[in-house]
Write a protein that binds this ligand. Structure first.
Ligand code: AMP
Ligand code: MG
Length: 182
């Protein structure tokens, strides 16, 4: 499995779906879909943007259940998930070591974009209840994500690569991700 991560608004789902249209033999699994399925079944949340507001212990329980379901998956897939979750109590690591220990990870990819682009994209996305954040807060989470993905890579002994998804340069990001799937 290859794990693709990025802050909300970085465009990870967009870059990933476009890349997988071109890359044969790979499928995508969206962590948020599984988390929402579990949370909805238990009556904890109705929408995907409610999950990060749940008590952190509950999010951690759901996270562990998603990890168990992913550990049972077979074949080649790209996992679309978050490096950190911006909860009201602070940044929750998306892949704590207990979770990572269950997953056979080949490599990590972090999709990045400038803070100003992230803010503008969130504002435009009417399908989601994205958090409206100041540039400093976005910059802080970008830093946290970079630090966390390096920790994940060190824990697994797997490489980490950074893909820039700048405005108007989606095809360059897709090309870069495609080269990493190899
Ligand atoms: P997404 O549609 O990718 O934004 O995912 C929806 C929601 O799922 C996110 O806002 C998080 O609350 C949750 N989520 C996704 N990945 C993880 C993860 N690795 N750990 C905990 N929560 C996650
Ligand atoms: Mg997404």
């Amino acid at each position: 499995m290859i794990i693709v991560m990025g802050i909300p608004g970085a465009g990870k789902t967009t870059v990933l779906s476009e890349t997988l249209r071109q890359a044969k033999g790979w499928r995508a699994i969206n962590w948020g879909d599984r988390m929402l399925e579990l949370a909805a079944a238990k009556g904890f949340a109705k929408g995907r943007d409610e999950i990060r507001k749940l008590p952190v212990e509950r999010q951690a329980e759901l996270q562990a259940a998603v990890a168990d379901s992913l550990a049972r998956e077979e074949g080649k897939f790209v996992l679309d998930t978050h490096c950190s979750i911006n909860t009201p109590k602070g940044y929750l690591p998306g892949l704590p070591y207990g979770v990572l220990g269950k997953l056979p990870v080949e490599r990590f990819v972090l999709i990045e974009a400038p803070a100003e682009s992230i803010i503008a994209r969130r504002r435009k996305d009417a399908t989601r209840a994205r958090d409206a954040q100041a540039a400093e807060a976005v910059a802080e989470q970008l830093f946290v994500n970079k630090a966390l993905v390096c920790a994940y890579a060190a824990f697994k002994g797997a490489p980490v690569a950074f893909v820039k998804n700048e405005d108007g340069k989606l095809s360059a990001a897709v090309e870069a991700l495609r080269a990493l799937l190899g």
